[in-house]
Design a protein around this ligand. Structure first.
Ligand code: ATP
Ligand code: MG
Length: 563
């Protein structure tokens, strides 16, 4: 059996190439990756890229991928975030098996590694204040200055470090720093802090610790402890790579992972920083982390995105060494493509106008056969009740139509999908002149939507008035009005929030939708894709979210560019 299963959509990229090479040369017998989020917020579409890459590479090359929660900063982390992260990774279709880890599981080992560095005279306890440390660090053009504590005896540092752990000193009084090189052109190597005192309750270790390791120290050693072969991270860690290697080279660790950086995903019309997403939530600008307009995985799930769409998108955007912004239309294209193939077609009228068919018997009801998908018989069919009073979409009628309008108007005949041909005879208005109903006739010979030789130019969707279910429909749109909401240095990103990103309406839907389960996705014919809301959907009070409209701007753009 070959290690490597290939896919039609596979775009080769440098990380895949490195892994293939490492397996071919025998550098590794099998690969081990990890996805290492900090549980300080919900995951977003950028994380989805990293998840797909890490779990995807492991799967493709029959390796393993760990889910590791990088929980070294207790003040910002909590169990709600841990649980959401696990749920999101699973929903995306990945499985960490029994390989769920926490950096906090290694606190004792990390502490011992830090002691080891001190004993080797590669680390020391420093009592400079945070400001002094910053001032001593130097700049890109000036070397740093050595701390006066740098050359204190190792015994003294060791003793102070133990007393730090024992809680003898107040927060911020001293730190442990690696002893590397204060004049290194790479500032991250200028004696970085590796431990600090912080009396904070940790969501897993409680109050066991009052000192916590810094990210740069904890991360590489956690990788090494887990036997990670390829430690994939985003480009902003490129400068930290020498530090990553320094730690694992000094210490006697079980494995030597290789850090490889790739470009982070940025999307137009989207903010991705956790800090900004947190602000949207905390300031009540959205309804929560899972608001269907959020670029969080939880939000996208509630919006109706499919895991397959996100995985296909991640594969298609590829993995690059240089940052760039991806057009959100490309994500929407991947979504439509999957929804088009997988959703049932149903009918719903969002903005109704009543149609009365005057030659249809008062109390008759017919059950008309309607397939759920025009090309996919396996989706089956349902029957649609047809009766004398119907609703059609208000903008499918015009009293005085311009030349190019082919839908219903006085004297015009159109087809009702899966039903009959109808002709508009009369427009009924209220005192204010608003159209309240249309009097039409139907052709009994056109049942099923065909009549001998007679052509009509439009097919409309409709629902039977007395059988339709009323549903709350939430029409979502992009959260921001500008392609680069983070791009304006003068203006806060919230300035660009789209005031029309949510419109709640009451709609009339075909009766089969009353039994939709939460998260069922459908296409409302001619309108767009909708999902039964994950939280609020009930058969008594159905709630549907618009996932996305039908018109695909990306297909147009990419065909123009010949892409
Ligand atoms: P913060 O902004 O709080 O540092 P982060 O977005 O980097 O957060 P982490 O929890 O540290 O979040 O991320 C976990 C992993 O996901 C990291 O390996 C990180 O490199 C990767 N990642 C984060 N954002 C993106 C992105 N936009 N594109 C691709 N990968 C990302
Ligand atoms: Mg990060």
């Amino acid at each position: 059996m070959s290690h490597h299963e290939s896919h039609d959509t596979e775009v080769s990229h440098f990380i895949r190439d490195i892994i293939k090479e490492d397996l071919a040369t025998g550098k590794h017998k099998s690969i081990a990756t990890r996805f290492p989020p900090e549980p300080n917020g919900y995951l977003h579409i950028g994380h989805a890229k990293s998840i797909c890459l890490n779990f995807g590479m492991a799967k493709e090359f029959s390796g393993t991928c760990n889910l590791r929660l990088d929980d070294t900063n207790p003040t910002k982390e909590n169990t709600e975030y841990v649980e959401s992260i696990k749920g999101d990774v699973r929903w995306l279709g990945f499985d960490w098996g029994d390989r769920l880890f926490f950096a906090s599981d290694y606190f004792e080992k990390l502490y011992n590694y830090a002691e080891e560095l001190i004993r080797m005279d590669k680390a020391y306890v420093c009592e400079l204040s945070a400001e002094e440390i910053r001032a001593f660090r130097g700049t890109l053009t000036e070397p740093g200055k050595e701390s006066p504590y740098r050359n204190r005896p190792t015994e003294e540092s060791l003793d102070l470090f133990r007393r730090m752990r024992a809680g003898e000193f107040e927060d911020g009084k001293m730190v442990v720093r690696a002893k590397i090189d204060m004049s290194s052109p790479n500032i991250t190597l200028r004696d970085p802090t590796i431990y600090r005192i912080r009396r904070a309750h940790h969501h897993r270790t409680g109050d066991t610790w009052c000192i916590y390791p810094m990210y740069d120290f904890a991360h590489c050693l956690s990788d090494a402890l887990e036997g990670i072969t390829h430690s994939l991270c985003t480009l902003e860690f490129e400068n930290n790579r020498p530090l990553y290697e320094w730690f694992i080279n000094q210490l006697d660790v079980p494995s030597h992972p290789r850090q490889i950086e790739f470009a982070r995903l940025e999307l137009t019309y989207t903010v991705m920083s956790k800090r900004k997403l947190l602000r949207l939530v905390e300031d009540g600008l959205v309804s929560g982390w899972d608001d269907p307009r959020m670029p969080t995985i939880a939000g996208m799930r509630r919006r109706g995105f499919t895991p397959a769409a996100l995985r296909n998108f991640s594969e298609r955007i590829g993995v690059a060494k240089r940052n760039s912004t991806v057009d959100v239309a490309m994500l929407e294209h991947a979504l439509r493509e999957d929804l088009n193939a997988t959703t049932r077609r149903v009918m719903g009228v969002l903005d109704p106008i009543k149609v009365v068919i005057e030659n249809y018997p008062e109390d008759a009801v017919e059950e008309l056969d309607a397939p759920f998908h025009p090309e996919d018989e396996s989706m089956g069919s349902r029957t649609l009740p047809f009766s004398r009073e119907l609703y059609i979409e208000r903008d499918d009628f015009m009293e005085n139509p311009p030349k190019k309008f082919f839908r219903l108007s006085p004297g015009r005949e159109v087809r009702l999908r899966y039903a009959y041909y109808i002709t508009c005879k009369e427009v009924v208005k209220d005192e204010a002149g608003n159209i309240v109903e249309l009097i039409c006739t139907y052709d009994p010979e056109s049942r099923g939507g065909t009549a001998d030789g007679r052509k009509v130019k439009a097919t409309l969707h409709w629902v039977s008035a007395k059988h339709a279910i009323r549903a709350e429909v939430r029409l979502y749109d992009r959260l921001f009005t500008t392609p680069a909401p983070e791009g304006d240095k003068e203006k806060d990103f919230t300035t660009f929030l789209n005031p029309d990103s949510l419109n709640v309406i009451e709609a009339y839907l075909e009766p089969s939708l009353a039994s939709a389960a939460p998260e069922d996705r459908v296409q409302f014919e001619r309108i767009g894709y909708f999902v039964a809301d994950k939280i609020d959907m009930t058969s008594e009070k159905p709630v549907f979210n618009r996932i996305i409209g039908l018109r695909d701007t990306w297909a147009r753009i990419s065909s123009k560019e010949g892409a």
